[in-house]
Design a protein around this ligand. Structure first.
Ligand SMILES: Cc1ncc(COP(=O)(O)O)c(C=O)c1O
Length: 379
C-alpha cells in the first residue's frame, strides 16, 4: 500500500495550460489584453451573466463590487462570519461595517432568517457566500433582499460550476465575485472575476480595476491614433495578466470534467462513510448542486475523537485534511467587533474538517482517507 502523502487539493494543470501560458509570453503581450477579454467572454457565458470583468483576486473582486454599490462609512453589510476572512475584510476596505449573521448547518450558508435576525436600519447590503461550493438559496435571498430593498452581493469564490435550480451560480446575480486561487476548482495561479448583467456597472468595474482610466492600455495600444486617456475617479490596479487568462481559458474548457469527477468522488465518500456514527458529510441542498470544491464532514458527540485529534491522526496516516471553514469573528482582527451570538457558525468551525478531494485523486487514495478516518471512528 502506498504511504505517499495525500494532499487536500491539487489543481488539475497540465501541458495545455503550460502551452497556453507560453504562447501568451511569446506573443509579447503579457499584461491585461486580448486573452483577458476572451477569458471574460467565456466566463460570462459559462455562468450565464451578461458581463464578466477579470481582476487580480476574489478579494479585489469583492472590494470593487462594494465600491460599485457606493458603500462607505456608516453603512452596514450583513455577511457570514463563517467564511474566509476576505469576505468580511472587503466590507472594511470601503469603510463600512460587516455585521455577522449565523448560517444553516447543512450548507454553511446565510438564510433569509439569519440575515433578518441581524438586519438594522443601517443595513445597506447583504453579502452571501456559496460556502465551499455549496450553493446558497439565492432565490429565497434575492426575494427577501428585494422586499428589504437591499442589494445582494454573491461571494462565489468557491462556486464555479455549482448550480441553483439547474442554473449556474452567477445566473441572475446582481453582482458575483469569483476566485481562481489554486485552492479553487478553476485556477489561474491568483485571479478573480466580477460578473453582472448590468452594462453600466461592468463599465465602471473595468475602469475601477485600471486606475479609474477611461481607456485601457490595451485599447490605447490597439489604436492607430494617439489616445489621451483621462482618470475619471480614483481607481486601483486590480488587473489580471494575459498569462493568467491564457491558463484560465484552458481551465474553463476542463470545468465540466472537473465537476463530474468531483461529484463522483463526493458521492463515493458519502457511500463509504454512510455507516460511520457521529459524522455528517456536506450534501447537495434541495435547491441546487455543489461543485464540492470543499468536501467537509461535521462531527458530533457520537464521534469518539475531537476534530483536532482527528486531524492529527489523519496527518499521522499521511492524509492532509484541513480544519473546516474559519469564522472571522473568532480571529484577533475581529476580536472587538460587536456581534450577535453565532452558535451554528461556532459549531461548524470547531467540529468540521475538510477531506482531500481533487481531480486526479484515485479510488485507492480515497480508500486510504476513509480507512484512516474509520480507524478513529472505532470501526
Ligand atoms: C468565500 C471566499 N471569499 C473570498 C476568498 C478570497 O479569494 P482570493 O484568494 O481569490 O482573494 C476566498 C478564498 O479562499 C473564499 O473562500
Amino acid at each position: 500500500m502506498s504511504t505517499d502523502r495525500i494532499p487536500v487539493m491539487i489543481p488539475w494543470l497540465g501541458e495545455e495550460e503550460a502551452r497556453a501560458a507560453s504562447e501568451a509570453v511569446l506573443s509579447g503581450w503579457v499584461a491585461q489584453g486580448p486573452r483577458v477579454a476572451a477569458f471574460e467572454r467565456a466566463f460570462a457565458e459559462r455562468v450565464g451573466a451578461e458581463h464578466a470583468v477579470a481582476v487580480s483576486s476574489c478579494t479585489t473582486a469583492l472590494h470593487l463590487s462594494l465600491v460599485a454599490l457606493g458603500l462607505g462609512p456608516g453603512d452596514e453589510v450583513v455577511v457570514p462570519s463563517l467564511s474566509f476572512i476576505a469576505t468580511a475584510n472587503a466590507v472594511r476596505y470601503v469603510g463600512a461595517e460587516p455585521v455577522f449573521a449565523d448560517v444553516e448547518a447543512a450548507t454553511g450558508n446565510l438564510t433569509t432568517a439569519t440575515v433578518d435576525a441581524v438586519r438594522t436600519p443601517r443595513t445597506r447590503a447583504v453579502l452571501a457566500v456559496h460556502q465551499g461550493g455549496a450553493p446558497a438559496d439565492v432565490h429565497a435571498l434575492r426575494a427577501a433582499c428585494a422586499d428589504w430593498d437591499l442589494p445582494l452581493v454573491e461571494d462565489a469564490a468557491c462556486a464555479i460550476g455549482s448550480t441553483v435550480s439547474g442554473k449556474p451560480v452567477g445566473h441572475g446575480a446582481l453582482v458575483a465575485a469569483w476566485s481562481f486561487h489554486p485552492r479553487k476548482v478553476v485556477t489561474t495561479g491568483e485571479g478573480g472575476m466580477v460578473t453582472t448583467d448590468d452594462g453600466a456597472w461592468a463599465e465602471r468595474l473595468r475602469r475601477l480595476r485600471e486606475h479609474g482610466m477611461n481607456a485601457s492600455a490595451a485599447q490605447r495600444h490597439a489604436s492607430t491614433k494617439p489616445v489621451l486617456e483621462s482618470y475619471l475617479e480614483v481607481g486601483y490596479n486590480y488587473r489580471m495578466t494575459d498569462i493568467q487568462a491564457a491558463v484560465g481559458l484552458v481551465q474553463l474548457d476542463k470545468l465540466d470534467a472537473m465537476i463530474a469527477r468531483r461529484r463522483e468522488l463526493a458521492a463515493r465518500y458519502e457511500r463509504l462513510l454512510r455507516d460511520v456514527h457521529g459524522l455528517t458529510p456536506v450534501r447537495d441542498p434541495a435547491h441546487g448542486q455543489s461543485n464540492f470544491q470543499s468536501y467537509w464532514v461535521l462531527l458530533d458527540e457520537a464521534f469518539p475523537v475531537g476534530r483536532d485529534d482527528l486531524l492529527a491522526a489523519l496527518a499521522g496516516a499521511g492524509v492532509s485534511a484541513r480544519r473546516g471553514i474559519m469564522a472571522a469573528h473568532l480571529e484577533p482582527a475581529y476580536a472587538d467587533h460587536p456581534r450577535a451570538p453565532l452558535p451554528v457558525t461556532e459549531r461548524i468551525t470547531r467540529d468540521s474538517l475538510i477531506l482531500p478531494l481533487f481531480h486526479t485523486m484515485t479510488e485507492a487514495q480515497q480508500d486510504r482517507v476513509v480507512t484512516a478516518l474509520r480507524e478513529q471512528a472505532g470501526r
